[in-house]
Design a protein around this ligand. Structure first.
Ligand code: T4K
Length: 374
């Protein structure tokens, strides 16, 4: 099969260069220190904090556990306002911690929560926190939500799984609210194969997180309600560190693909390229577009089928919305009207990008999209 024929799927991953990784792994084998707060975990915590310009980064097993550990350390009780238009892990982390999700609709343009959408859902005495998600790395109304949460004196947290390397008004994602959580899953711009981290500018919270992520003795000795084996392994940390070395190059390459897609998709009938980056620094890790209702045009699923027939395995994203999936669909918290979320899960699709995708292949994908639409 030649390159023009190979099927192209979402997730052409940014895995680090093999030689550098093998060198790092040799070091692990030489030290015979594979887990339990080895030198690479320490180095990763230090370098993540340095890169994000934040006082503390606490690396953990994955992004879902990062949210769970954070919620547990904050000892929250009650409701947490959260979008439904997100990965199920964002919301199920709340359920693991005995918290009740209150689903909030998203803004149809930014795909994020906003202070205007959140405020009517706040119930003083019952609302324990707001958990925003920086979807596509686009900062989730940090100014509005910080002001709102300060006014109601509730903690503001962000799931920044998509947001490594993104900024808002010159401030890196990782610095907003009381704390933010990241994923270093293989499909993310910063890739530890699996992995996650929590960032905060609070020394006290960082101490609690560092105590809580392990059952072992650590330098941190905060009084925490529960502990968990949430620590990152040396192998994961090695991959993440190599990925961090390549981050700027990967972001620059992502950006070239994003701009080529934007140029080629803008103006096609029946679709809208989601230009989430605007003029703020982003990691450009996602290529997303919305199908727009047009007479005779295929709907989103018809479009995906037609692309599949041409070897392009584009995907819908966050379908059907967390509130419409179990365990929430049949519970009281799922019985809410979220019109913008419902619209987005029907219209949105994700196109391939990542290290292995050449600009010529972006052109092949855009040619196929144009053929299907016209
Ligand atoms: N919050 C948000 C907003 C998130 O997006 C996520 C995770 C989380 C929280 C939780 O973080 P983690 O606990 O996962 O660290 C993927 C990822 O599994 C998940 O990490 C991610 N978000 C989510 C949006 O996407 P899937 O099931 O939709 O995609 P998956 O894993 O099938 O991979 C996508 C494509 O990549 C596939 O077509 C195949 C390709 N692929 C994937 C892997 C893992 C490869 O070619 N090789 C690989 O090793 O969930």
């Amino acid at each position: 099969m030649n390159d023009r024929e190979r099927p192209i799927h979402v997730g052409q991953l940014n895995f680090p260069e093999c030689d550098r990784l093998l060198e790092a792994i040799d070091g692990i084998f030489e030290r015979r220190h594979y887990a339990n707060h080895g030198p690479l975990e320490r180095e990763l915590d230090r370098r993540l904090a340095e890169r994000l310009g934040v006082r503390h980064a606490v690396s953990v097993t994955n992004g879902t556990v990062a949210i769970m550990l954070l919620l547990s350390c904050l000892e929250l009780e009650g409701d947490v306002i959260v979008p439904s238009f997100t990965f199920p892990g964002t919301v199920q982390a709340l359920s693991w911690c005995g918290l009740e999700p209150v689903f909030c609709d998203v803004d149809p343009v930014t795909h994020n929560l906003s202070a205007e959408l959140v405020e009517p859902l706040i119930r003083p005495g019952r609302t324990a926190a707001v958990l925003g998600v920086h979807l596509w790395g686009r900062p989730c109304d940090p100014d509005g939500l910080e002001a709102l949460c300060a006014r109601y004196q509730i903690p503001l947290l962000f799931d920044a799984a998509h947001g490594f390397g993104c900024e808002h008004r010159g401030r890196p994602v990782g610095n907003f609210g009381l704390a933010e959580t990241f994923s270093m899953h293989a499909t993310k711009v910063l890739n530890g194969a699996e992995g996650g981290c929590i960032t905060t500018n609070s020394d006290e919270l960082a101490d609690r997180l560092r105590t809580s992520r392990t059952f072992h003795e650590t330098e941190a000795r905060a009084a925490v309600p529960l502990r968990l084996n949430a620590k990152i392994s040396e192998m994961q940390a090695a991959i993440a560190l190599c990925s961090l070395d390549e981050l700027d190059r990967n972001i620059a390459d992502n950006r070239a693909r994003y701009e080529r897609y934007r140029e080629r998709i803008t103006g096609l009938p029946g679709v809208r390229f989601v230009d989430y980056a605007g003029d703020e620094p982003n990691n450009y890790q996602y290529i997303v577009a919305e199908v727009q209702a047009a007479p005779g045009a295929p709907d989103r699923d018809g479009l995906l089928e037609a692309l599949k027939g041409r070897g392009i395995l584009a995907r819908r994203y966050f379908y059907p919305g967390v509130h419409r999936a179990e365990p929430y669909a049949s519970s009281p918290c799922g019985q809410v009207e979220l019109p913008s979320t419902d619209e987005l899960v029907r219209r949105l699709f994700q196109l391939p990008t990542g290290k292995d995708l050449q600009l010529a292949e972006v052109d092949r994908i855009c040619d196929a999209l144009r053929d299907v639409l016209t």
